[in-house]
Design a protein around this ligand. Structure first.
Ligand code: NAI
Ligand code: 15L
Length: 269
């Protein structure tokens, strides 16, 4: 596949979308922006819901690839998750298939495997083929998205890299994030690798920086050409002094999904 130039960025108004709008153009991409919320500084963006099949077809027409970030990013009632994340992601794939788009990079999440116990005391890193153990309806929708991606590859030859993102924010803000943090710059490196690697079929990767306290195996991401440059360790001393070490008796500290296993943050809209 020739390297993509024009990329549809869904979820462009969100936290990660905003970070990637700033970082991805330096890799040479021309971004087309899509979100249900308008973006103040990008009046040319497509303002539409993932439920709008016509708008999606128009948005994907002529792009080389899609970076699909749009959707509910926290826990919500099943009906809302169904509409935005399950039907919405199906609508996106169907539009991409109909318009002949060759590749999607799908923002999956660590919450597709959130009930997996975090490795302790030198135990092996969690492999990418660990059984899925969603921790929420939200995580369940990401698990569905990965299956949908596999289906569109097997049935229609539409390629996907599903990125099980850890926590991609400017800085880690809690002790769990020391293990799962992905710096925004590493996020851009990983999305660039996922957009340009050859012959990915459907590849699933974890998305994080090269953290000293890493919980999962980054080898499938590295096989795409991803070379993380950052590590959360410089933040460790301050965060542990403020919050203490992870408590082995607290399920929110002992599973990959952190608080999502017991008291998930709720989508506010
Ligand atoms: P966010 O909530 O800040 O952004 C999501 C964007 O999707 C919002 O701008 C929202 O308006 C848009 N959206 C929601 N429903 C929509 C719909 N029906 N139609 C069109 N647009 C819709 O979330 P964030 O943090 O930017 O995450 C982006 C993606 O990455 C999400 O899919 C999230 O699940 C995934 N992810 C993010 C992680 C992170 O650390 N930021 C970790 C794991 C996964
Ligand atoms: C996610 O999937 C969420 O979208 C993000 O807001 C964070 O909560 C992240 O996971 C995390 O696990 O820290």
């Amino acid at each position: 596949m020739p390297a993509p130039r024009t990329v549809l960025l869904t979820g462009a108004a969100g936290g990660l979308g905003t970070l990637m709008r700033g970082l991805l153009p330096q890799y040479g991409y021309e971004l087309r922006l899509f979100d249900v919320r308008p973006i103040e500084d990008a009046p040319e963006s497509v303002v539409a819901d993932l439920a709008d099949k016509e708008a999606l077809r128009e948005a994907v027409r002529g792009v080389d690839a899609v970076l699909h970030l749009a959707g509910i990013s926290l826990e919500a009632p099943f009906e809302k998750i169904l509409r935005a994340n399950i039907e919405g992601t199906y609508n996106l794939y169907e539009a991409a298939r109909q318009e002949g788009v060759r590749r999607v990079v799908f923002a999956s999440s660590n919450h597709a495997v959130g009930f997996t116990p975090a490795p302790r005391d030198g135990a092996p890193l969690i492999p990418i083929d660990t059984p899925r153990r969603p921790d929420t309806f939200y995580g369940l929708s990401k698990s569905f998205g990965e299956d949908l991606a596999q289906f569109y590859w097997d049935k229609h030859g539409l390629e996907t890299v599903s990125v099980r993102i850890g926590s991609c924010f400017a800085e880690p803000t809690n002790v769990r994030m020391l293990s799962v943090w992905m710096s925004p710059a590493d996020g851009a490196r990983l999305f660039h690798a996922a957009l340009t690697a050859e012959d990915v079929g459907h590849t699933v990767v974890y998305g994080s920086s090269a953290n000293t306290r890493l919980w999962w195996d980054l080898s499938t991401a590295r096989a795409l050409g991803y070379e993380p440059q950052d590590d959360s360790e410089p933040f460790a001393e301050k965060l542990i002094a403020e919050q203490g070490e992870l408590d082995p008796e607290n399920p929110a500290h002992t599973h990959l999904g952190g608080p999502f296993v017991s008291d998930p943050p709720i989508w506010p809209y």
